[in-house]
Design a protein around this ligand. Structure first.
Ligand SMILES: C/C(=C\CNc1ncnc2c1ncn2[C@@H]1O[C@H](COP(=O)(O)O)[C@@H](O)[C@H]1O)CO
Length: 181
């Protein structure tokens, strides 16, 4: 059992399929006994992940900066809700409190969080597993561009390979669990 940090969209105007993906992710993590660590908001896919986890009997930990408590609707139903004084300290605390990271489709915030954990892993500042769910090819253009960066020697294959890319939630859980100590 691990604390798995889920990065995903906060947008309130998404297709239902993305919300369903987030609900399935939270529920599957909970069913397998993992704690969900999240950005501590109830909006968009972030809210669907924690709702899915709790509906399946799981434990959730939310980490939210004071400035976003109203904007992202702080998840008061969390088993633990940690309120930070800045965006940077939120990210640090989410990383510290987690054993592994799972990224779903999202916007700039999700990309920022994913690249923070990925770049710090390339610097060997942590060795926690990172999995990206490329559902419906959402991340394909980004992944193709990262392949170009690797081909042109801007990115080392070893760094690229620190991120495991899968297409579905069951594959993500399998990949995460195979990398956990
Ligand atoms: C100020 C700092 C970083 C700025 N960027 C962000 N860092 C961390 N988390 C962020 C950032 N911007 C938005 N977020 C959060 O990501 C979640 C998903 O957002 P999305 O845009 O819908 O994908 C959401 O909770 C945002 O608050 C210093 O490090």
């Amino acid at each position: 059992m691990a604390a798995v940090c889920v990065f995903c969209a906060s947008s309130r105007t998404l297709d239902q399929r993305w919300l369903d993906l987030a609900t399935e992710t939270g529920a599957e993590l909970a069913r397998r006994g993992h704690t969900v660590v999240s950005g501590g908001g109830c909006v968009g896919m972030m809210g669907a992940v924690v709702d899915g986890a709790r509906a399946a009997g799981g434990r959730t930990v939310g980490v939210i900066p004071q400035a976003l408590v109203d904007l992202e609707v702080a998840d008061l139903a969390s088993d633990e809700l940690l309120v930070t004084d800045s965006m940077a300290s939120r990210k640090t605390l989410m990383i510290d409190r987690s054993d592994a990271f799972l990224a779903l489709p999202g916007g700039l915030g999700t990309l920022d969080e994913l690249f923070e954990v990925w770049t710090t892993a390339t610097l060997a500042l942590h060795a926690k597993p990172m999995v990206l769910i490329d559902a419906d090819g959402f991340y394909r253009p980004l992944l193709d561009w990262l392949t170009t960066l690797t081909d042109q020697h801007f990115l080392k294959p070893a760094g690229r390979n620190l991120l495991t890319v899968v297409a579905t939630v069951p594959e993500a859980l399998k990949a995460l669990e195979s990398h956990l100590p």
